[in-house]
Design a protein around this ligand. Sequence first.
Ligand SMILES: *Cc1c(COP(=O)(O)O)cnc(C)c1O
Length: 376
Amino acid sequence: MKIPFNKPFLTGMETLYIEQAVLSGKISGNGDFTKKCQGFFEQRYGFKKCLLTTSCTDALEMAAILIDIKPGDEVIVPSFTFVSTANAFVLRGAKIVFADSCLDNPNLDPNQLEKLITRKTKAIVVVHYAGVACDMDPIMEIANQNSLFVIEDAAQAIDSFYKGKPLGGIGHLGTFSFHETKNIISGEGGMLAVNDDRFLGRAEIIWEKGTNRSSFFRGEVKKYSWVDIGSSFLPSEVIAAFLFAQLENLDTIQEVRKRIWNTYLGSFSELQDKMTFALPVIPDFATNNAHMFYLVCSDKAQRDGLITTLKEKSILSVFHYLSLHKSPFFAEKHDGRVLKNSNRFADCIVRLPFFYSLSAEEQTEVIEISKNYFIS
Ligand SMILES: *Cc1c(COP(=O)(O)O)cnc(C)c1O
């Protein structure tokens, strides 16, 4: 492909910091670079405690253990999301109750939440699609009224806000991804943000294979022991070193991505009344962190036609997600409700090439070909 969909951005400091980590002689997890990365998030966003993980998937699995999901517990999850948002809870025996998206954007529709809650419901998982906030006030209110936990899958939502509050810091727990397709990357990588005091101690234990090794390193206990369930969720210092180089450049990365995003929006807005597709919606309560640029086509045929047209010019655009309630794994388990907005976004969304080093010329080409496709 002449213009790929994604190209990982390197700041130039990654290999230097990795070398430092390697030469320091401490390359397993929870060393200096891990502490620097966690401290970065705790200071900049005020998250109570952050723990680096090897993926957002891992952070979601930690969340499921922390809120003590047991077989039969129900967890409400949007159908329009990545597999891990649901799978992490399925691993602990939860029954997933899929929720539909809003009419005008793929985020979970808070108006449909209450009727999904039963005596068995334990948690609501929200996904801030494209880094744009879900309407958290009504969601937190419904959760509090029903004593439910809220987990924010903020995989795409680094440096994005809801009414001034950082995403990932509003629910009881928040999870982030540093996969190479996200704004800030470490190849594979993730983080759990712990916002509720009740989880502070246990989160560290689950993170360290069910041991109190973190307390031991702080000199709080004489020996470390097996005290709970857990797994090997922490990344090595090599990954943390890579991540720290990225975090130091967060502001520059965000500035460039927002410029690219605004160019896309401005150019497509020019089609005005000829517009047979919809532009992404950013509600007043939300910021845009320029995670991705997508269009919502009028139907699947229009969407697939655009992807083909771009591909003929060697430009890669992609679509996602397929509604999870209709997936081969889940279709038989689903209760039969039609989730029409989720299905429509699965059929109609197209994501255009979006990465730091996308040049003005390349972007103009993507825009011109797409615009011509829509008006011809
Ligand atoms: C990327 C993504 C994930 C998975 O992140 P990994 O770090 O690859 O595990 C989960 N949820 C959403 C919404 C994502 O976009």
